[in-house]
Write a protein of this length. Structure first.
Length: 608
């Protein structure tokens, strides 16, 4: 009987459960995808550079787990408010609190487990898609890969079962502790708020100052680091709460004093609706604005990492191709690259010294990219050039030249001599060749073949895991490509997951008051208010509730992106792309909320 009542309860509130269900399904799908990719041996063992992707996805799993836990508790508390009257009616009919608790437990747990299973099915498809995208982006081949991961399934089930068990116990205990009268009347009890103008003004000032402090520490995160992040987190959350609590009340109060605004259609009703439970909405709007910033920030930063791959690669490896003992290389293969730079430096060496021809470096100086991106986060196209004299006198220049030499040459003293003196040395001669091309990525396959031939001619290089890996742009590109591609996908999907959660929380909060609001809409309908005006009032009211956290969250993101300037050289580059994606998805949730809310407060059978 308890099972039947529980399943019936889910069925009668299916529309409300679908909001929670969709958020949980997406969260569990992305959780499974992260774990599946992070533990995929065939994918990770392809090369050491790919293991960085696994670490990134493990990090994404942890972040998603934390936010999901908060979301489940918050969303379930809202869902319980929608079911309070039903539980109260059962209690008045003689149902024991223990049976009510069992019913709540079953409802919460069944909805959660079904959502998790559906999420894992969706996650399997996402895993296959993302794996293929990563394989293509990382330019690797992976065989015997399957998106079905037993370990990822177990990890997903264990985590979500634990979360739903906790949520079920909390829901059951919170309901049975309340009296029948509390369950029946709690939603309809208005919150009275004394509007002290002085206090509101002080809250506004403190809120603005708190946000300013938080934004200041975010702007110089390289200097303040963990301490700055902690201070920014506290002050931004406090500032968001005070801004909503003070500014919303203050602005609504000002608008209600203007007769030209108040008496325009149902504006006065809409403003009264917004101010009726302003204290409750202050908390949810503050939380949603923070989640909005996290979601949009994750999406923006994730997409921003894609632009960093070549920036960091070019900084570390200024030459597209380095050939040691280049005299062994078929130069026809080099010429096939259509190089924009093709310079050969002749070498001779003994046990202690490696000799170069001075005139060659004076004619074609050694090129080194500006390294300021690693200290200030700002990338430049500045190229430092070192001639023969500078290389002999500058330790940094010598280090840059040694970086592209063979491992056994790095420990030798560099000496620049004239062409005539070089010719008189009775030592074996070799060549060091550096090459640049018009477009590295389009020439990568040809460069890869020449890198492999170079390693075959020079066994001491040790291939991808050797000491000289960073002398070849091909390997540097693979390292940054794997790392930043992982962050790109993690940021994108975390942003989508956070969006579904924040939008679901806001939907639940709005819909939790829909039943009590229906009485007021019924009164307006009875006195002759047109249906079109009622729907317009609903769109305005819900639109403001969605717009407020969206605007403040966007401001958080615009200031918060500065904290990533140590990783992103251009954190605001193409920022319109993630903003557009986010606004479109956020608007869909807004439209869904209007549709559900309207169907509750304006039932079809009462429409004319």
């Amino acid at each position: 009987m308890i099972w039947k009542l529980s399943l019936t309860g889910i069925k009668t509130r299916l529309r409300d459960y679908m909001i929670l269900f969709s958020g949980l399904a997406i969260a569990s799908a992305i959780f499974y995808m992260f774990e599946s990719l992070a533990t995929n041996k065939d994918f990770l063992e392809h090369s050491n550079t790919i293991s960085a992707v696994g670490l990134v996805f493990h990090l994404g799993t942890v972040l998603l787990a934390i936010i999901t836990f908060v979301y489940v508790l918050y969303a379930n508390s809202f869902l319980m408010t929608l079911r309070q009257k039903t539980y109260a009616m059962l209690m008045t009919l003689g149902a024991r609190t223990g049976k009510i608790a069992q019913m709540i437990f079953i409802e919460t747990f069944v909805a959660g487990i079904v959502a998790t299973i559906v999420g894992m099915v969706i996650g399997t498809g996402l895993t296959a898609l993302v794996n293929q995208l990563l394989v293509n982006q990382l330019n690797i081949s992976v065989s015997h890969y399957t998106p079905i991961s037993i370990s990822a399934m177990l990890a997903t089930l264990i985590y979500f079962v634990a979360v739903f068990l906790i949520a079920s116990f909390i829901n059951a205990s919170s309901i049975v502790k309340k009296s029948v009268l509390q369950l029946l009347k709690e939603q309809g009890t208005p919150v009275r708020l004394k509007r002290n103008p002085v206090l509101l003004f002080l809250e506004t000032i403190v809120g603005i100052i708190s946000l300013a402090i938080g934004y200041y520490f975010l702007s110089d995160m390289i200097k303040y680091q963990i301490m700055g992040l902690g201070i920014a987190l506290v002050t931004i959350i406090l500032g968001s709460y005070l801004i909503f609590h003070s500014v919303v009340i203050f602005v609504i109060g000002l608008l209600k004093r203007s007769n030209s605004i108040v008496f325009r259609k149902l504006t006065n009703f809409t403003l009264s609706q917004l101010s009726f439970r302003v204290r409750e909405f202050t908390q949810i709007l503050s939380m949603v604005s923070i989640l909005f910033a996290l979601a949009l920030g994750a999406l923006t930063v994730g997409l921003g990492f894609r632009n960093q791959i070549m920036t960091y690669t070019n900084t570390v490896a200024p030459y597209d191709l380095v050939l040691n003992n280049a005299q062994k290389i078929d130069q026809a293969s080099v010429n096939a690259l259509d190089p924009t730079l093709n310079v050969v430096y002749d070498q001779k060496s003994d046990d202690q010294t490696i000799y170069y021809i001075k005139e060659q470096f004076d004619q074609h100086p050694l090129e080194v990219k500006d390294q300021s991106i690693f200290t200030s986060g700002e990338a430049t196209d500045k190229v430092e050039k070192y001639d023969a004299t500078q290389i002999e006198q500058n330790e940094h220049a010598q280090y840059q030249l040694q970086a592209i030499e063979l491992p056994d040459q790095k420990t030798k003293t560099i000496k620049m001599i004239s062409q005539a003196d070089f010719d008189t040395l009775g030592l074996d001669e070799s060549q060091l060749q550096v090459v640049n091309v018009a477009d590295f990525t389009t020439s990568m396959d040809k460069i890869k073949a020449l890198v492999a031939e170079n390693e075959k001619n020079n066994p001491s290089l040790g291939g991808e895991n050797g000491e000289n890996s960073f002398s070849q742009k091909y390997y540097v590109f693979n390292i940054y490509n794997s790392l930043f591609s992982g962050f790109e996908f993690m940021g994108f999907f975390l942003g989508i997951a956070f969006l579904t959660m924040l939008a679901s929380c806001l939907m639940f909060k709005i819909l939790s008051s829909a039943n009590s609001d229906a009485i007021r809409y019924e009164m307006l309908r009875k006195i002759g208010t047109r249906q079109s005006l009622l729907k317009q009032a609903i769109r305005k009211e819900i639109g403001i509730l969605f717009l407020l956290p969206g605007v403040l969250g966007s401001i958080h993101v615009l200031f918060g992106l500065k904290m990533f300037k140590g990783l992103l050289s251009q954190p605001y580059h193409n920022i319109w792309i993630p903003f557009t994606i986010f606004i479109v998805l956020y608007a869909l949730y807004y439209l869904a909320t209007i549709w559900i809310y309207t169907s509750i407060v304006l039932p079809k059978e009462k429409q004319h």
